[in-house]
Design a binder for this molecule. Structure first.
Ligand code: ADP
Length: 646
């Protein structure tokens, strides 16, 4: 140490003076460049540093950077010639405990009034300061300490401090408990701590610790295992904060030891159960999957390769529907839109998928919605099961049933047909025979009635042949349609007029309701007349004497691929024998008659099939319903305008 101010002050006498002031003071001087020119030996008594140690490291002894700048400002003011009031600063002692000093500095001014140095006296006020601090915070501290202790206990956490430079640890009682060591015999240093770490974890843990110290991190956290004295394993999570000097060197570490053994054991059990579940999933003979809220696969079990030939990676990110053929895709999208919208569980949904090799595979799906912790919908999880064999068997059974039904219908048709052909033919032959035999004897009125009967039977035969002809033309796509803007009420009226005799015969009453102002539409009059006549003649045929037929024409809508279009609807409601529920659709099939009328009612079961073909050709819809008052309702709706031909 240079003592350039010996001219102003005799060091020995200053030392003498300070010694007399007692062990709670030390005296110092520094020059205008801030370099210490004198320090009294009291500093060693108060802070524990030798004079040389203190001179070379002064700034690292200040406890924080705020303190540092306060000291710099104080020195600057004194060097400017302003006498400062005494002020307290906090320094580290050599043993890393802290010590409060009161500094009292004054400038030394030469004859010209220039500051040439600063002299100062430092007084150890640590006891007062700590007492004052303790007093101030006593109440608050007890309150918060209790809360903190409760929180630490609840978290199974202990507090520690580690003096890096002096290799000394301080643990609270909880830390000793966690590490299961005796506070009286435990050596509070790094080596004793590292020996508690299980040998497999030791090198890695020490590396994490030294990496944290040698980095510029302020905080670190890691986990390791220790052996307790009864040879059990305990998991520790350490969370700590590093205090560094202004060169970044770690001085002090404060932190928490958390005993996370229970959490870790749970985690390990969870991992075990997950791996058990995973191996079950991966060995399952079903395809187990998860999709996100957009329907894209986020997981698929490896069984997919067995079912569809794809590896899981090839389908992750693809949608549920992407492996289906086009038509099937559209069908399933429609079905699933509703499930996804309502986030409903689904089961037993059958769908056809394409194997990588081009084969069709039928799968049956079950799935449940999945949600995250916030209750937000995340997608579906479920199972696809291969039911190709069952589906094929089912298809064969259905085809067989259809074939049997077709066969039965054909036999019924032939029986009906021969009846329908034979009855008028028989009438023609009988009445023409009568005519021939009685040509000379029968009065002309009698002969006329024979001719009338022959004529009616001929008409009936012609109608039947027309039906058959229509049908074969329809099937061959050769029937021409003449679409024009027509008035539906006119056509209806004409059809009713034509049936007047039959209506009167059964004493039936017709009630018409036109609830739509515009009753015009683009249609083929002949074909629509034929549909209305078919509806009417059936209604008359299957109605009781004296009942009412209600006919309504109203506006309606039509749904198609091209969107929604406006249409006209005509319905005929009768109070007749009605149609069983399960036959409401099939009676529009060719040669099909309702089970209620099959025996003896006559007819061929062709009329409604032809009507359906006609209405389909008009881009309309035709259907039958129950009349809640008994009987049936037959309706069709046709668009106001026919779509333009492309
Ligand atoms: P057909 O009357 O010549 O047998 P259709 O195709 O017109 O042929 O009718 C098919 C069957 O639908 C009828 O045989 C009958 O069983 C049933 N059906 C049609 N209209 C009615 C109705 N208004 N009430 C009861 N059954 C009906």
């Amino acid at each position: 140490m240079k003592t350039t101010r010996n001219q102003q002050l005799n060091n020995d006498s200053a030392n003498c003076l300070c010694e007399r002031l007692g062990k709670h003071y030390f005296y110092y001087s520094y020059n205008t460049e801030g370099i210490f020119t004198f320090l009294s030996s009291g500093i060693t008594l108060i802070l524990g540093y030798s004079l040389d140690e203190f001179l070379s490291h002064f700034s690292t002894y200040l406890t924080n950077s705020l303190e540092n700048s306060k000291v710099a400002e104080y020195n600057r003011q004194t060097l400017a010639g302003n006498k400062q009031p005494a002020y307290p600063i906090e320094l580290y002692r050599k043993d890393r405990s802290t010590c409060w000093l009161e500094i009292n500095e004054y400038p030394i001014i030469d004859e010209t009034g220039k500051v040439i140095a600063v002299d100062g006296i430092a007084r150890d006020i640590d006891d007062n300061k700590k007492y004052e601090y303790a007093l101030k915070h006593a109440l608050e501290r007890t309150k918060y300490q209790d809360i903190l202790q409760a929180a630490l206990d609840a978290a199974d956490a202990g507090v520690f401090s580690y003096d890096v430079i002096n290799d000394h640890t301080w643990w609270d009682n909880k830390s000793y408990d966690i590490f299961a060591v005796n506070p009286k015999t435990f050596q509070n240093n790094y080596d004793s701590w590292r020996k508690l770490i299980v040998s497999e974890d030791r090198a890695a843990t020490e590396k994490k610790f030294s990496d944290a110290l040698n980095s510029n991190l302020r905080r670190f956290e890691f986990e390791y295992r220790i052996h307790t004295n009864n040879n059990k394993i305990r998991w520790i999570n350490v969370k700590a904060q590093i205090t560094r000097n202004n060169k970044g060197q770690a001085l002090w570490i404060d932190g928490l030891h958390l005993n996370i053994t229970k959490t870790k054991e749970l985690e390990i059990r969870l991992q075990e159960s997950e791996s058990r579940f995973r191996s079950l999933v991966e060995k399952s003979p079903d395809w187990i999957w998860e999709v996100d809220a957009e329907g894209c696969y986020t997981y698929t079990s490896p069984y997919i390769e067995h079912l569809l030939g794809y590896k899981p990676d090839e389908v992750i990110g693809q949608t549920f529907f992407s492996l289906m053929p086009g038509d099937e895709r559209a069908r399933l999208i429609t079905i699933f839109q509703d499930y996804i919208k309502k986030q409903r569980v689904f089961s037993g949904i059958e769908h056809v998928n394409l194997h990588k090799n081009g084969n069709l595979v039928t799968l049956e799906s079950n799935g449940s919605p999945i949600y995250n912790l916030d209750g937000q919908f995340m997608g579906y999880r479920g199972i696809h099961r291969d039911i190709t064999v069952q589906a094929q068997t089912k298809k064969i059974i259905i085809e067989k049933e259809i074939a049997e039904l077709a066969n039965k219908s054909k036999s019924e048709f032939l029986a009906n047909m021969s009846h329908e052909l034979r009855t008028p033919m028989h009438a023609i032959l009988s009445f023409s025979n009568f005519g021939i035999k009685k040509f000379n004897s029968a009065p002309p009125e009698k002969l006329l009635s024979y001719f009338n009967k022959i004529n009616q039977s001929g008409e009936r035969l012609l109608a039947l042949l027309n039906d058959l002809l229509d049908l074969s033309k329809l099937e061959a796509g050769k029937l021409e349609f003449n679409f024009r803007l027509n008035e539906l009420t006119f056509v209806l009226k004409k059809c009713i007029d034509e049936q007047e005799a039959q209506l009167n015969e059964k004493n039936l009453f017709i009630k018409t309701i036109y609830s739509e102002h515009n009753t015009q539409a683009e249609f083929d009059t002949v074909k629509i007349s034929q549909v209305i006549t078919n509806f009417l003649s059936n209604a008359i045929k299957f109605s009781e004497q004296g009942t009412t037929l209600s006919i309504v024409i109203k506006a309606d809508k039509l749904f198609s691929d091209a969107g929604i279009s406006k249409g006209l609807c005509l319905s005929i409601t009768d109070q007749g024998i009605g149609i069983p529920d399960n036959e409401l659709d099939t009676i529009f099939d060719k040669f099909i008659q309702s089970s209620k009328t099959k025996t003896g009612a006559g007819g061929t079961g062709l009329g409604l099939a032809i009507c359906k073909e006609f209405i389909d050709a008009h881009h309309g819809r035709i259907w039958a319903e129950h009349n809640p008052q008994g009987g049936s309702i037959f309706s069709f709706v046709i668009p106001l305008q026919q779509p333009k031909k492309t």
